[in-house]
Write a protein of this length. Structure first.
Length: 278
């Protein structure tokens, strides 16, 4: 049986660097994304996660390193270029129109039409049927495909976006903090469909700051810190506790622990006491 790591990655970053003036956002970042695997990218705010996904999705360019798709070096000029190569991004603030029906949002920007000019019109029946069928393939059963998407829960809206990306030919799905604003139950719904996307053969890049969510679905983990990869490990190479420690800044916590313990060391003597009034 061929190991996933022996195959050419769908997306591969090698030594990627990005600068904004004198600010170094990313430095020497390497990452490989394989089909049918979930690669989790973790890090605190300011770690470089947003910059990284903007590069992968074609929104921003890069200054150093090499970006490959199917082994071929690429430089995307726009997200449309990335989408043409099968790389789709689902952002945390979903680009949906809340008052429009679910099926209209499913085809938003890619509407089907029927008939010939000047009698060309939207293929409402076809789009409704397709949206319903594709959502059901993902295990999403809505009582009414015509209901406004704004009436769905946050988790359901995320899942509609995932199903949409798969339908329109995504091979790599980038999920930007999909569970960040959700409760436990709705987060579970989204994680279920992240796993479903993997089972459908997609390579998934799951951006998150929650190691518990990452460990539930992840096959490989990369922790970013100050724009650099602080940890790069497969699932079988670490535990949830180890991942959480890296995410929490294990080295900094140890340093802080030793600094705090100094107040009890014999050489320091008693801490000064506040003077009272006679």
């Amino acid at each position: 049986m061929t190991n996933a790591d022996d195959r050419v990655p769908v997306v591969e970053l090698e030594g990627i660097g990005k600068h904004y003036g004198n600010i170094r956002a990313l430095h020497d970042v390497s990452l490989a994304v394989h089909e049918a695997r979930v690669t989790c990218i973790l890090g605190d705010n300011g770690a470089g996660k947003s910059t990284l996904i903007k590069i992968v999705s074609g929104l921003h360019g890069y200054d150093d390193g090499t970006y490959r798709v199917d082994g071929e070096p690429v430089r995307f000029a726009s997200p449309r270029d990335a989408l043409d190569r099968g790389i789709a991004t689902v952002y945390q603030d979903l680009a949906v129109v809340p008052l429009m029906p679910v099926w209209r949002n499913f085809f938003l920007g890619s509407e089907r039409t029927t008939g010939h000019w000047p009698l060309r019109r939207l293929d409402v029946r076809g789009m409704r049927a397709t949206a319903d069928a594709e959502l059901r393939k993902m295990g999403i059963h809505l009582p009414d495909i015509d209901q406004p998407i704004g009436t769905l829960s946050g988790g359901q809206r995320q899942c509609v976006a995932i199903a949409r990306a798969i339908y329109f030919g995504a091979r790599v799905l980038i999920l930007d903090e999909p569970t960040a604003a959700l409760g436990v139950k709705q987060s579970g719904v989204v994680l279920k469909y992240v796993a479903a996307a993997r089972e459908a053969g997609l390579g998934v890049i799951f951006i998150t700051h929650n190691p518990h969510h990452a460990f539930l679905v992840g096959d490989h983990f990369a922790v970013l810190k100050h724009g650099e990869v602080e940890l790069d490990a497969a699932r079988d190479a670490l535990t949830l506790d180890e991942l959480t420690l890296h995410m929490a800044g294990g080295a900094e916590l140890e340093t802080l622990k030793h600094e705090l313990e100094r107040v009890d060391s014999p050489g320091l003597g008693a801490l000064p006491q506040p003077s009272g009034t006679a």
